[in-house]
Structure formats: structure tokens, C-alpha cells
Ligand binder design. Structure first.
Ligand SMILES: [Zn+2]
Length: 296
């Protein structure tokens, strides 16, 4: 068999093995098939390093969790959302979730692979976010991590790189490993997601907030506020999360699926019970996060 033929067979086998879905669909049906050739462990490891570095910088600049009340508020809302992640994937309840608030005017928030969340005070203060709206923002970001969108992007990028270099590197595969590691590192940091990924995160975030007892209609008002606040300059959050009329229309279209969940949660008191019917309760660390650990 010719070398190129072998490569094609190997690549096909790898792709078949790598196809799947990171989550159960939930009420909103997020079960699109995904190609994931970069490992979850590698993404999580790179995210852990990048997160520690972000916290270290914020700590040095004295911008890490300095507003105690605001940090507690963010942490509380995140905890309630995290307690609902089992509806999409059970293993997420055991993730090492971390939530931190960075005191910066930037209108931004993100969740790195493996549940490493940062919310910038600018998004809360500038947009005067209500708890429901803050839940919409955090729920959206958590959903990117649950669906492992970064890993999907890194996989697509690695496949492309491997395809280009496979023939020349086949004699010694030494560089292929480092290509994948570098790609994972790059995508562990939030790069702009595709429209597909944004829609999924919108819908899943809607379900998470509804199940946690937050009014899903706030997902619409938060985008309206974002767009109103942008004025001449585009906030960072919006530049990576393009706003479209269709986005709001998509959210409205999904309301009938999630409003019953919200009504149910409101009746059942999801706001007061952080993890109903879940044996494993996710712990959320924030204040005593070990930062600046040496890299290995
Ligand atoms: Zn997004």
C-alpha cells in the first residue's frame, strides 16, 4: 500500500473514532456530531495554565476579586447554573469549576475548557446587569465549555495543520505532537467562535438559566443592552459574539421549550436549592484559588 493511501486510511480511522457529541441534547437539542481529535485532557491542561496566568496577572495588578459583594454575587449565580450542567453532561458536575471576577472596564466574560470562568466587572457595571441577565451571560459561556467548542476548533485547526504537513513529516512524526499541543494552547484561550457554536451556546445557556430559576427572557434583554451600550465602539464581548437580529429571533423561538423549565424551577425553588436531586454537588472555588503554580 502506498504511503499516501496509508495516511488516508489512518486519517479516516482517526476521524471515525473522533466523531461524537460532547453533550446530551437537553430540551433544546444540542446534539450535533462533533469531530474531536485533540484530547479533552490536553485542552483542560492548557486551559489550567492559561487560567492560572490570567489570575496571576490580575492578582499582581490588584484587580482579582477585589469587590467582595460582586464576587459573591457572580459566584452564587455561577453555582446555580453549574448545578444544572448534569442535564447536558453528568461529568461536568465533577469538574474543577473555578469562578473569578476581574476588576476591569472591559465588557467581557468567558469560560475556558474544564470550567474556568472569568467575569469582568465592566460587563456587570456598564450594562447594569440584573441577576437574570448575568445568568444569561455566564450560562452562555458555561455552555461553550460544556460543548467543548474550543476543543472542536483546535481539532479542526490541528487536522488542517496535520493535513498540510503529514506527507513531509511521515518519516519522523516528532513535530506532529507539538503541533497538536500548540494548537490546544492557542484555542484554550477564547478565540472567536463560529456562528454555529454561538447558536448552541445561546440555546444551552437559555436552558441552564431556566432550569436554575432565572428568567430566560433576560437572555434577550442582555443582547439589547449590549448593542445599545456599544455606541461607536464595539465591546470585546460583542466582537467575539456577533450580534444579529437572527440571534434574538432564535432565542425567542426557543422560549416555548425553556419557559416551562423556568416555571417549574421557580415553583420548586431552584434559587434556594443549589443542586436539587444531584448526588454530586459541584464545588466552586474562587477566593483561595492557587495561582502562579510553576509550569511543568
Ligand atoms: Zn459565545
Amino acid at each position: 500500500m502506498k504511503l499516501t493511501h496509508w495516511l488516508a486510511v489512518a486519517a479516516t480511522a482517526a476521524l471515525v473514532a473522533a466523531c461524537g457529541s460532547t453533550t446530551q441534547g437537553g430540551a433544546v437539542g444540542a446534539n450535533r456530531s462533533q469531530i474531536l481529535i485533540v484530547s479533552e485532557a490536553m485542552m483542560d491542561e492548557q486551559a489550567k495554565l492559561a487560567y492560572a496566568e490570567t489570575l496571576q496577572k490580575a492578582s499582581s495588578a490588584r484587580t482579582l476579586n477585589i469587590n467582595t459583594a460582586q464576587t459573591a454575587r457572580v459566584k452564587n449565580i455561577a453555582s446555580r447554573l453549574i448545578a444544572q450542567t448534569g442535564h447536558f453532561r453528568q461529568d461536568a458536575l465533577r469538574w474543577d469549576w473555578q469562578v473569578n471576577v476581574i476588576q476591569e472596564k472591559t465588557i467581557n466574560a468567558w469560560c475556558m475548557p474544564g470550567g474556568k470562568i472569568a467575569v469582568y466587572s465592566g460587563i456587570i457595571d456598564t450594562l447594569r446587569l440584573t441577576d437574570d441577565e448575568l445568568a444569561a451571560v455566564i450560562g452562555h459561556e458555561i455552555s461553550h465549555a460544556l460543548r467543548e467548542h474550543s476543543r472542536e476548533q483546535a481539532s479542526a485547526n490541528a487536522l488542517q495543520n496535520l493535513g498540510i504537513s503529514a506527507i513531509s513529516q511521515v518519516a519522523g512524526l516528532g513535530d506532529v505532537g507539538s503541533t497538536v499541543v500548540n494548537t490546544a494552547a492557542k484555542y484554550a484561550l477564547s478565540l472567536p467562535f463560529s456562528r454555529n457554536h454561538e447558536t448552541e451556546a445561546d440555546l444551552m445557556g437559555l436552558e441552564l438559566m431556566a432550569r436554575a430559576g432565572y428568567n430566560p427572557q433576560a437572555a434577550v434583554s442582555v443582547w439589547q443592552k449590549m448593542s445599545a451600550a456599544s455606541g461607536g465602539s464595539v465591546p470585546q464581548f460583542m466582537s467575539t459574539h456577533p450580534s444579529h437580529a437572527t440571534r434574538i429571533a432564535d432565542l425567542q423561538a426557543a422560549m416555548p421549550k425553556v419557559l416551562p423549565l423556568y416555571q417549574n424551577a421557580a415553583r420548586g425553588g431552584a434559587r434556594t436549592k443549589s443542586a436539587p436531586a444531584q448526588k454530586t454537588q459541584s464545588g466552586v472555588r474562587s477566593f483561595n484559588t492557587p495561582i502562579g503554580q510553576p509550569r511543568r
